[in-house]
Design a protein around this ligand. Sequence first.
Ligand SMILES: Cc1cc2nc3c(=O)[nH]c(=O)nc-3n(C[C@H](O)[C@H](O)[C@H](O)COP(=O)(O)OP(=O)(O)OC[C@H]3O[C@@H](n4cnc5c(N)ncnc54)[C@H](O)[C@@H]3O)c2cc1C
Ligand code: SF4
Length: 585
Amino acid sequence: MAESEVNLTKTYDAVVIGSGAAGGMAAHVLTSHGLQVLLLEAGKKLPIEKELRSMEWPYDNQYRGMLPPDQHSLSFNEYTIRNPPYGPGFEKAKGLKSYIGSTDYVKNIVVDERENPFTGTNYAWVRARCLGGKTNIWGRLALRLSDYDFKAKSRDGYGEDWPISYSDIAPYYDKVDLYLGITGVKENLPYLPDSIFQRPTKLNCAEVTLKESLAKMGRVLTQYRAGVTSDGLKHNKYRSRCYGRGACERKGGCDIHAAFDSPTGLIYPAMDTGNLTLRTNAVVREITVDPKTGKASGVHFVDSESMKDYAVRGKVVVLAASTLESARLLLLSKSRLHPNGLANSSGHVGHNFCEHIMGPGVAGRAKNLVGKPPTLDDGRPGGFYLTRFRNLAEKHPKFIRGYGFEGGSGSTMFPRGTDAHGFGAAFKEEVRKNQGAFIGMGAFGEVLARYENYVDLDPVVKDKWGIPALRFHYKFGDNEHRMAEDMKETAQEMFEAAGFEIEHVSSRVLTEGWSIHELGTARMGSDPKTSVLNQFQQSHDVKNLFVVDGSAFVNASCQNPTWTIMSLCWRSSDYLVDELKKGNL
Ligand SMILES: Cc1cc2nc3c(=O)[nH]c(=O)nc-3n(C[C@H](O)[C@H](O)[C@H](O)COP(=O)(O)OP(=O)(O)OC[C@H]3O[C@@H](n4cnc5c(N)ncnc54)[C@H](O)[C@@H]3O)c2cc1C
Ligand code: SF4
């Protein structure tokens, strides 16, 4: 897809900042309504199929798929003992990547930490600066939220309810399902609504054993609900159906685009309308305002390679740079009329920052599968999802909210979790015998949205483009630590009940940020004093500014956020078009 030139003299109907799940969806919906849209993306347009190489065998890769030796990816301990922005100690590394950047297939997708510094409390901040953002490498677990999440305050008294209910967003979840494709199985759970699923993947032997055992405990295990088209999409010529090639195991992206990514799922179809202008290498540094009206007038961006500064104009500005980058841009866009940062008369921009806590989990073996012939288990985009079971009908005495588990079992290209010891032929035999019997799972739990967990701008540190860096003031609280303790205990209890031989129970909580589900820095609400956006992700203060990514979340729930980000964005973009046509913006 060729990019067209940005017309610097034109006033676009909408300028969209960021090309990930949110920006891609905004571009799709707005252009389909006939708006002239300019999409600005800070990163490059990578030759993505060459980066991902989903079918490359490990022995055909110079480094067996790992990072080249002159690059370094941060480990858990480095996040814990070294302070960002990671100065001394990394002198030898030509490139410094987040923990996700540990393979040859993602090294150009995730950012260099030193070019993109941040300061403050430890945070494993994973950023992907290229066309499509993090959707190029996301894990694809595509879950809906329910009124257990949207009305969580009404259930347990903590935080705020969302200004919407499930019935407001349900039609948009349906649209996203049908437009992008999702696999899964209906379960009729009130706390995890079903999607409109395409052909599901199959659970394997140990997973079925666990499912049946859990059913006796009143808990539900279902097939991984993946944002992957398993039947194909007749309306999209850029994406193939899933051929179950097993490459998902590598979590490096899908080079035939069966797994949703924003460029092939949303942006290329939007370009086909003739209404979209795409400009990559465009690092937006400020949203500009009209000094007379206080309304957004456009943006300033820096060309990431030439360092040249540009100004472009739009009738509406749609911010979709991802939760933390969007908060940063709002805070950077100070002016006489908005001295506290744009859209920030409430003082809530950057605050109520929330996400998912990870770490606790369990790994073991299904003893009846040891020594059985290997089966083809990794030819699917995911294993299983064990749904939330805490604080639904009963109240847990130690914590509020819930958690779910992601897991999988069976043979994979590289044997996992076999815990084999020894040397030579006997060792190999041991690995072969046990590898198909492996089963493991890890939890994702809700981190409560707290005003005191926030980001602001560092007064000194700047990124490669001279733009002030973000500073973190963020820690898990007691509720999260008590929940993590319970995750470990229930993981063990469920594996024991299924009759698995447990090899390892993990109680270690991973560094803040590890889940890559940052949310809530510009939350929506009905009261402009305590929220930044209304229910259509429109700024209370600046009517022609919309923030359509995870910033708008009121709480994190425990479900992965991307399907909700895109459904909310679709709803808000429809509203934006209506309001623009009525002359209200
Ligand atoms: C390894 C991995 C696994 C994941 N697994 C799951 C999963 O299983 N399920 C799930 O729901 N979610 C998952 N996620 C999270 C998911 O990828 C994000 O929720 C989703 O991509 C968020 O969309 P976004 O548009 O807000 O941000 P992004 O996809 O990050 O896109 C933001 C874009 O904005 C651009 N940008 C930033 N700043 C600027 C600027 N100043 N100017 C111009 N452009 C800018 C960025 O370069 C980027 O392209 C995973 C993420 C990763 C990395
Ligand atoms: S299993 Fe399917 S979605 Fe995953 S990489 Fe292979 S083709 Fe793509």
